[in-house]
Write a protein that binds this ligand. Structure first.
Ligand SMILES: Cc1cc2nc3c(=O)[nH]c(=O)nc-3n(C[C@H](O)[C@H](O)[C@H](O)COP(=O)(O)O)c2cc1C
Length: 190
């Protein structure tokens, strides 16, 4: 079984990130994968407290909805992070979950606990025609590498100035579907 986990960092239920992540996950599913999607803005996820307890056994002291996300991320063959660009970075919802993955970073880096190979991808949308994606890409690459997943394709959508922008652009939807399909074929072979 190939498992693809999607993290949505937008608070818009039917916005660009949600729609594009949905397209990517559906095409991954069509290609044979099992998919799980987490809409982080609607979950109980507290910020990392930097207590460093996870350095001891790789588990987080905070008991909230991240418990299920940790499990899914550890089992995932592929991870897709979708986020709107907020002030030239990822959204706060995405960043809170990313920081909580310090526990998974600790497993890899401090506790030397390897995971199976995994692939990562990003879907980022910004309203400005010249939206700046570099910060989010750099931080999300560090996140994916930190949890033990190899970063890959990045879909950057600039000029997405309304929640339904992506829904009205078949070319953008097609790129999201390709991203999902490519992820699965990179895992299981073409
Ligand atoms: C707090 C906030 C900050 C934003 N900052 C930027 C920005 O720096 N650059 C940009 O291009 N768009 C910015 N936007 C616009 C969103 O990135 C854009 O509307 C995006 O497509 C929303 O994605 P969503 O529909 O998935 O929520 C900002 C929006 C909000 C609410």
């Amino acid at each position: 079984m190939t498992l693809v986990v999607g993290l949505n960092g937008s608070p818009r239920r039917n916005g660009n990130s949600a729609r594009l992540l949905e397209e990517a996950l559906r095409s991954a599913q069509d290609a044979g994968a099992t998919v799980i999607r987490y809409d982080l803005a609607f979950m109980d996820v507290s910020p990392c407290k930097a207590c460093e307890d996870c350095f001891v056994d790789g588990s987080c002291v905070i008991r909230d909805d991240m418990g299920a996300v940790y499990e899914a991320l550890e089992e995932a063959d592929a991870v897709i992070v979708a986020s709107p660009i907020y002030f030239s970075g990822m959204s706060s919802y995405a960043k809170i979950a990313v920081d909580r993955c310090q526990a998974l970073w600790a497993r890899r880096t401090i506790l030397k606990s390897a995971r199976k190979p995994g692939s990562g991808a990003m879907i980022l949308t910004g309203a400005q025609p010249n939206a700046k994606f570099d910060n989010a890409v750099s931080e999300l690459r560090a996140f994916l590498i930190g949890i033990g997943v190899t970063p890959g394709e990045v879909l950057k959508v600039a000029g997405a100035d309304g929640p339904s922008y992506s829904a009205g652009h078949p070319d953008v939807l097609a790129q999201a579907r390709k991203l999902g399909r490519d992820l699965v074929s990179s895992i299981s072979g073409p």
